[in-house]
Design a protein around this ligand. Sequence first.
Ligand code: AMP
Length: 405
Amino acid sequence: MKILVLNAGSSSQKSCLYDIADETLPIHPPDPIWQGTIDWTHQTGVAEVVVETAKETVEQKIPFEDRSTVVESMLATVWSGPTQVIENPSEIDAVGHRVVHGGQNYHDSVRITPEVKETIAQLAELAPVHNPANLQGIEATEAILGDVPQVAVFDTAFHAQMPNAAATYPGTYEWVEKGLRRYGFHGTSHQYCAERAAELLQQNLQDLKLITCHLGNGASLAAIRNGRSIDTTMGFTPLDGLMMGSRSGAVDPSILIHLLRHEGYDADKLDHLLNKESGLLGISGVSNDLRQVQAAINEGNPRAQLALDIYIHRLRACIGSMLASLGGLDALIFTAGVGENAANVRAAACEPFKFLGLKLDSQKNADRPRDQIISTPDSSISVLVIHTQEDWAIVRDCWKLLKNQ
Ligand code: AMP
């Protein structure tokens, strides 16, 4: 069975094709047989496309007027040219799409129908950058592959059954009625990491209390019990919670009122400030990339040091909050760019939980771990580093859904 995955973001479009045996799929993925990435940020009106197979890597810069044509020409390299891996597009059995916002409508992945497309379009109000890009991918697939089964895998679905107390903001009851609630994001990653952690710990996921820390350019935590998210740090949008690369995370809302009243801000300017100019970038003045912030710290830059100190403080505080929601903890899991690579961040995040008997193995933590337990055997809480595999999680959801139809 051949399943294509499309993962469309604001600045990039990642795709991959898996050829899988028609049996129970493992949690950990095999290598895809084809991968394509489009970088939209390279130069205005020019897309940088990189396509890779086991034998070939082809890089191209394509001038474009609308994004769909670039997506279509990238997909055509699956069955034509030097990166061809199949004879005919009809060999593709299903296509899975990462869709950022499923609102309150979807608790699980769904087969895409005209109604599902309509809902994704309506939810663009809540995810103005991502949902339209996701829909574009769905439509580009339809244009090329006709009525191949397509599946939407929502970033919000894993959190959709959070208890009301965790999901509801304490504004007015009108907010509840209007759907102004905590949705949570990175669900596919949190769910994959939880399943992979249970496998590495050789325990049943249903029996575990877990905190997954997805620390990338965007960052969120999830508290997971009985295999479902019961609390998370991102909220109505992916701006809430932790300090991130260029996003502020949670701030006192009165600061925004102050900026509106006294500093000449309007909604668009505030949006830009909080999403693009804040976080590690805003405080350090150096970069949204932790590696560069770290390099500036090594050169004695005090603002870079303050940025990292806030990042760690917020991370620890939010882990504490997830811990309280769970009422216990079996494992703490780190994933994504920072979580998988920054040993100092992991060590600092674990430090205040030593009093609970959490013991990190400093050697394992420093040794570039990947899908490994990095706590000591006698630690009361296991600590793991897991390489997140969102695309594979999408393949598994497609496969499960289509098998059951
Ligand atoms: P992601 O969004 O998961 O791709 O993560 C991207 C972010 O991970 C980058 O902006 C960096 O801040 C961070 N990152 C990647 N590699 C490293 C590293 N070796 N050390 C520290 N941070 C890293």
